[in-house]
Design a protein around this ligand. Structure first.
Ligand SMILES: Nc1ncnc2c1ncn2[C@@H]1O[C@H](COP(=O)(O)OP(=O)(O)OP(=O)(O)O)[C@@H](O)[C@H]1O
Ligand SMILES: [Mg+2]
Length: 234
């Protein structure tokens, strides 16, 4: 059964730049359900990353509703937000954001340690190994990020994001530093993994051919989110 994972209603984000008030997000209203892949395309500076920050509880909306995984994060305090992120969110970055001094296994294990699942050291190692095997890196456990290709590093990022079984995976240009073929491979892996686990994905991308693979597409323009049927061919 699919349940809402993201629900926003007339969500606004206003930021001050000197004495000027910038309207970064304008009445953003949309819903994403569990197991659903949603893509957001749009020009640079239109507000895509800002939307992701608001949904991840990293930036507070100025007004409007923001409910993620059933929790109203517009009213949550910092401690509640930290717990919310650990329990419900996986995040995939354009620049991978792996810890350079840690092996692939240690990078993924760290996400489980931070999540405080109560698992033992041995269980954490087993879960991290399983997660890396799911992205095809079962034979790269002891590699440092510097000894991995870009596509492999992003697959470690994916294993790290998914190892805690998040309800929502937020991905901001995850293929921005990968070549076209590697990007498609990572995206297909990401979609398959999330669908298998029933997680929702919000994918921000400049690549319309990747966006076309999503179940639903939106376009961001000057902080307005609209359905993108006319902009992105199915
Ligand atoms: N902390 C901030 N203070 C003031 N303005 C900001 C701040 N962060 C972002 N902005 C502005 O908000 C707008 C939207 O930025 P955002 O990063 O969300 O764009 P984007 O759609 O992700 O662009 P890109 O495709 O280049 O990543 C931009 O005009 C940016 O300058
Ligand atoms: Mg951005």
């Amino acid at each position: 059964m699919s349940v809402p994972v993201i629900e926003t209603d007339k969500t606004n984000l206003e930021l001050m730049s000197g004495k000027t008030k910038l309207h970064i997000l304008n009445d953003v209203t949309f819903q994403v359900n569990s197991g659903e892949v949603t893509a957001v395309v749009g020009p640079s500076g239109s507000g895509k990353t800002s939307l992701l920050m608001v949904l991840g509880g990293l930036e507070r909306a100025s007004s409007g509703k923001v409910v993620v995984a059933g929790q109203d994060i517009s009213t949550a305090n910092e401690d509640q937000l930290a717990i919310f992120r650990r329990k419900n969110l996986g995040i995939l970055f354009q620049n991978f954001h792996l810890i350079p001094s840690m092996t692939a296994l240690e990078n993924v294990a760290l996400a489980l340690e931070i999540a405080e699942t109560g698992a033992s050291y041995r269980e954490i190692r087993e879960q991290a190994t399983a997660s890396l095997s799911e992205v095809g890196l079962g034979d790269r456990l002891t590699h440092l990020p510097s000894a991995l290709s870009g596509g492999e590093q992003q697959r470690v990022g994916l294993a790290r994001a998914m190892v805690t079984n998040p309800r929502l995976l937020l991905a901001d240009e995850p293929t921005g530093n990968l070549d076209q073929d590697t990007g498609i491979m990572v995206i297909e892996l990401m979609f398959n993994l999330a669908r298998k686990k029933g997680a929702a994905i919000l994918l921000i991308t400049h690549d319309r051919s990747l966006a076309a693979k999503a179940d639903r597409k939106f376009t961001m323009n000057h902080g307005h989110l609209t359905t993108a049927l006319e902009a992105v061919p199915a």
